[in-house]
Design a protein. Structure first.
Length: 208
């Protein structure tokens, strides 16, 4: 199950919120049996990498899933190292939460490239793409896809604002709450109808 992983501001928070059951299983049956963090920093780093590689294999026996897991393992190791610098320089009070969220959202979507692309050649080509080399048609397609994505993201943003405010204040005005729910649900349905694919594809967890 998931707990709003796309509102997270750090890599650790993303894994605590995303696929919680898998994260708990990997912690209890892989990380802790490997001694966790009891045998020093080097062993802890190896254990974290192994855990994330296993979490990748859980999704399927393919190199892209393993690479996706290792990618997140390395990001978490980098996060642990930079956390000390952030604490020492007190950067959290100087970096806006919006910027932290944008960076985290970028990391998440780069990870999905590894997760979904099974061809190394296509993956490397996609990563190496530069906007400066794009044709007019490619720019038009990019604008079209971004606009459709923003359309679907709008109700998610509305729901997130509602969730965060409810968590902070503990209550909402009944009329305001009804309006938020109605608008977000309407926009979400409208966005799904526009973005629906005419070509059916396998559900990502169909093998389970």
């Amino acid at each position: 199950y998931f707990n709003h992983p796309y509102i997270c501001l750090s890599r650790r928070s993303f894994w605590r919120r995303g696929n919680i059951s898998l994260s708990e299983w990997c912690r209890n049956y892989v990380y802790i049996p490997l001694s966790g963090s009891k045998l020093g920093t080097s062993r802890k780093s190896i254990n974290i990498t192994v855990v994330f590689a296993v979490s990748g294999l859980w999704h399927g026996a393919s190199w892209n899933f393993v690479l996706w897991g290792v990618y997140w393992g390395l990001l978490l190791l980098i996060y642990q190292v930079t956390t000390q610098l952030i604490s020492a320089w007190d950067l959290r009070t100087h970096v806006p939460n919006l910027l932290r969220w944008v960076l985290m959202f970028l990391f998440i979507n780069i990870g999905w490239l590894f997760f979904r692309e099974q061809s190394i050649t296509r993956l490397l080509k996609f990563i190496s793409l530069s906007p400066l080399d794009s044709t007019l048609f490619e720019w038009q397609m990019a604008i079209f896809l971004i606009s459709k994505t923003l359309l679907l993201s709008l109700p998610i943003v509305i729901h997130t604002i509602w969730h965060l405010n409810e968590k902070t204040t503990g209550q909402w005005n009944t009329d305001t709450l009804s309006a938020f729910r109605t608008v977000s649900a309407t926009l979400l349905i409208f966005g799904i109808l526009i973005l629906q694919s005419t070509h059916p594809s396998d559900f990502i967890y169909f093998q389970f």
